[in-house]
Design a protein. Structure first.
Length: 182
């Protein structure tokens, strides 16, 4: 397989992984599903990724990159309104990824896998960026505020996914920003 075709195929695999893991979750998605979505054989898929966990963690890494960009592409924050805008950007970034947000159950993962450790490290880096952002907004207890913001946003996204929340994103962002700021 030439390099260009290989890179194109890998990109298609990532896109299919985001779509299927995002809609069906880790457990509800099989390597066969992804191979079929991409239009390749399962054997070809295993050429790129040794197992489903490896592919899932790669897809999750892509989402983490998008989340990190939310914190770095925002203008210098200084107010509660900036926190509200940040939360809305987080919601916009996370919405297409639905079931990827389901908590990672260690029963389904090899917790010694270096790729999983990288995911955890990346999540900690996102938390650090969140804390730095909140500090610029004048928030005093940034660690607690960051945890509150990220966890409540993840919970809100799960509630939206399952259709059990009638709170609009703007309302959620405004309320959460107010709690964090005070």
């Amino acid at each position: 397989m030439d390099m260009k075709k290989s890179a194109d195929t890998e990109e298609k695999i990532i896109v299919a992984g985001k779509k299927l893991f995002g809609s069906h979750g880790y457990i509800g998605t099989s390597m066969s599903d992804i191979a079929k979505e991409v239009g390749i054989t399962k054997a070809s898929l295993y050429y790129f990724y040794k197992n489903k966990q490896d592919l899932f963690l790669r897809v999750l890494e892509e989402v983490h990159v998008q989340l990190e960009e939310v914190f770095t592409t925002n203008k210098k924050p200084s107010s509660e309104k900036d926190i509200e805008r940040l939360i809305l950007k987080l919601i916009d970034t996370l919405t297409p990824h639905g079931a990827l947000l389901d908590p990672i159950d260690p029963v389904h993962f090899d917790t010694n896998d270096p790729a999983l450790q990288q995911v955890i490290e990346r999540e900690l880096a996102i938390d650090k960026k969140s804390q730095a952002y909140l500090k610029q907004c004048g928030v005093k207890q940034t660690k607690l505020a960051s945890h509150t913001m990220l966890s409540s946003t993840q919970c809100y996204m799960l509630r939206l996914k399952y259709g059990v929340d009638d709170i609009k994103p703007k309302q959620f962002a405004s309320y959460t920003a107010n709690i964090i700021s005070n």
